[in-house]
Design a protein around this ligand. Structure first.
Ligand SMILES: CC(C)(COP(=O)(O)OP(=O)(O)OC[C@H]1O[C@@H](n2cnc3c(N)ncnc32)[C@H](O)[C@@H]1OP(=O)(O)O)[C@@H](O)C(=O)NCCC(=O)NCCS
Length: 150
């Protein structure tokens, strides 16, 4: 993701989430040394993005933080493409596992992650600022890439 992409990425955030991240929040996340941020370009227009952090305790693990596709381009495989892209970056950085949080009331995203082989590990009550709940989901990256056909 380049600085020039930030405006369009925050527009997609606003179109996608009730509590969207601001441009500054996205900029700060993507500026972190351990962050990976990718955009989806369709005909030279940014139409989606995904961000993650490589968290290292004893072993590195890929934490997918944000993923969104512009509403007009959904259900065309771009979500899967972005997810595969970030998983490959994680794998190349030495991660074997990935995890993420998703609203329990977001069936589109849950289905996408399940298609990629992610499993629900636990429910985290009041995880989000507005008090809503999240599922924590995780997958082995190599298996997930196979499920996504990559
Ligand atoms: C979740 C999201 C990224 C999916 O992007 P997408 O480009 O539409 O996803 P894909 O076309 O790659 O779909 C992959 C699979 O996800 C599932 N899926 C996607 N949208 C779905 C929907 N509205 N209802 C049910 N399943 C859905 C399907 O299983 C789909 O496979 P199929 O089309 O072969 O049936 C998109 O809906 C989005 O940006 N939502 C708003 C932001 C968001 O919720 N992000 C996730 C945060 S954790």
């Amino acid at each position: 993701m380049k600085a020039v992409d930030l405006g369009r990425v925050s527009e997609i955030e606003r179109e996608s989430f009730k509590a969207p991240w601001s441009k500054q929040m996205i900029k700060e996340l993507c500026g972190l040394e351990n962050a990976v941020c990718l955009v989806l370009d369709v005909d030279d227009v940014v139409q989606g993005y995904v961000s993650a952090r490589i968290e290292s305790d004893e072993i590195p693990i890929l934490h997918v933080v944000n993923l969104a596709v512009a509403p007009a381009l959904r259900r065309q495989g771009y979500g899967k493409m972005l997810l595969a892209g970030i998983l490959k970056q994680g794998r190349d950085a030495g991660c074997e596992w990935s995890y993420l949080e998703v609203h329990t009331t977001n069936p589109a995203a849950i289905r996408l992650y399940q298609k990629a082989g992610f499993k629900i590990f636990r429910k985290r009550s009041h995880y989000y600022e507005a008090g809503s709940d999240a599922y924590e989901m995780g997958a082995a990256i190599e298996e997930a890439l196979k499920s996504l056909g990559r």
